[in-house]
Design a binder for this molecule. Sequence first.
Ligand code: FE
Ligand code: CA
Length: 529
Amino acid sequence: MFKKSDLRAAIRHEGHLSRRLFLGCLSSVAAVPWLPHQGWVNARPVFQQNPFALGVASGDPDSRSVVLWTRLAPDPVGVDGGMPPEAVEVRWEVANDENFTDIVAAGTRVARPQLGHAVHIEVENLEADRWYWYRFHAGDATSPIGRTRTLPAGDVLPAQMTFAFASCQNYEQGLFTAYEQMATEELDLVFHLGDYIYEGSGREGKTRQHFGPEIESLADYRTRHAQYRSDPLLHAMHARCPWFVTWDDHEFDNNYANEVSEKEGVDPAEFLYRRMNAYQAYYEAMPLRRRSMPRGADMQLYRRADFGRLANFLVMDTRQYRTDQPNDDSQVPLNEAALDPQNTIMGREQKQWLYQNLIASPATWNVLAQQVMMGMVTMSQKGDPDKYVMDQWPGYAHERMELMRFLQDRKISNPVVLTGDIHSNWVNDLRVDDRQVEQPVVATEFVGTSITSGGNGEAKPYFHDLLMANNPLLKFCNFERGYVKCTVTPTQWRSDYMVVSDVLQPGGEVACRASFVVENGQAGAQPTA
Ligand code: FE
Ligand code: CA
C-alpha cells in the first residue's frame, strides 16, 4: 500500500535534489559555443540541475509491451527547458523489482532537441499481466523510479481490474490534490480524457499562474506542458501506473473543430500551423507509441486497449476530425442544423474503426473513453424549450443516435461511455434518443468532474434539482472536484465518485460522494445502497 507520507517524502527528496544542484545550463555547452553537427551525441552530459524535473511516465501498455517516457528539462519553464541544442544520450532500465536487482531490459536512446529532449521507449517482449519498475539515467543523474504494468493476454478473463479516469486540470484554478489521493489507490491504469493543459495566458489572483501569454508556438506549448508536469503530485501519479491519455480542446485551443477556430476569421492554414505546434508538444509530453508521432498537423490518437477479455477500451479523439459545431456553437433546441446527417464528431475513418472494433470485440465490457458528454442533457430553465450544447454529442445528434442504434442492433456487450470536459459529475442512462424515456436503455455514461478546472465548484441545490427534474436520463449530478475510480469484474461495473473538499489550499480531504453499479447484461446505472 502506497501511503501519502511516502509520497510526501519522495517529493521532499526531489526538492532536496534541485536545491542541492545549482541553476545553470549544461557545463558541456559552455565549452561548445557552436551547434554540434547532426550526428553528434553527448554521451556524458553534465547537469547543474536535476534534468528529471518532469519525472517519468509510462503508457499505452498491451500484454507484451509498454511505453516508458521522460523528457529532460532541468529548468522546466526556462528556454528549451534549460537544455542546450544538442543530442543527449539517455539510458533506461526495466526491472522485476523496485531495487533493480533483477533487470529484464535496458538500453540507450538519444534525446534530441527536435523532440524537446523527450524519449519514448517501447519496451517489447515483456510478460503479460505483471508489474515492472523502470528508471532513466543521463550523465550522473538518475530519474525517479516509475512503476508500470502489462495487460493480461487477450484470451484471459481477469477476475478484476481497477482504474481511475480524470480530466480538466487547469493549473491556475487549483492544486492537484486529487492525484495525491489517487496515488494511494491500487490502480491498474489511469485514463486521462482531456484538458490536460489549458492554453490561456497567465492571470493574476488565481491559485497559481500560467507562465507567459496564450500559447501558440512550439516553444510555448512545450513550456506549458513542462509547467504542468513539474507539479510533483501529477508526475508522482504518472510514476504509479501506466496511463492512456487522450485530448480534448484545451491541449490546442478552446472548442476547436478540426481546422476551425472558435473565433471568426481565423485562417485555417494559420490555425493548422498552430495545431501542429500543439500536437507535437502533446506527443513529446505524453507516454505515447510511435504510431502517435505527429505528421504535420495530424496525429493518430484513437486506439484500442484490451484488458484481457474483461474490458475493451476504445480511446477516442472527438476533436481532430469533427465538423464545425452547428448553430454557432451555442445552446439551442435540436433543430435541423443539429440533426444534419453531414455533421460528424468522429470523422468517417474513426467511426468505421470504432464500429469494426465493437463488432469484433470478445470483451464483457466495451468502453468508449472519450471527451464530451453523450447524454442529451438540457440545462434549460423550466418553461423554456429544451436546449443542448452544440460542442457536445447533441451538436452531432444524427451520428450520436446512429451510434446508439448500432450498439443496440449489434447487441454490443455492456457498452460504457467515459467522459470529461464539463467540470462536473454525471451518471446518464443512454438511449437512442434520450428525450424518449420509453425507449430501452442502451448504454451507461459516467461523466467525471475536473481535477481543478472551475476552482472548488459550487453546490447549487436549485440547479441540481432543476437538472434532475428536466432530464429523465440523469441518475446523478454533482459539481465538486475529483476523479472517478472504477472497479470492473465479469459480473459488475462499479464507479466511485471521489471528491476533493478544497483544491484552493493543500490538504483537501477526499471522500467518496456516490457509487453506482452496472450489472453485466443490464444497461443503466444503479446507485449502491
Ligand atoms: Fe475543461
Ligand atoms: Ca473541454
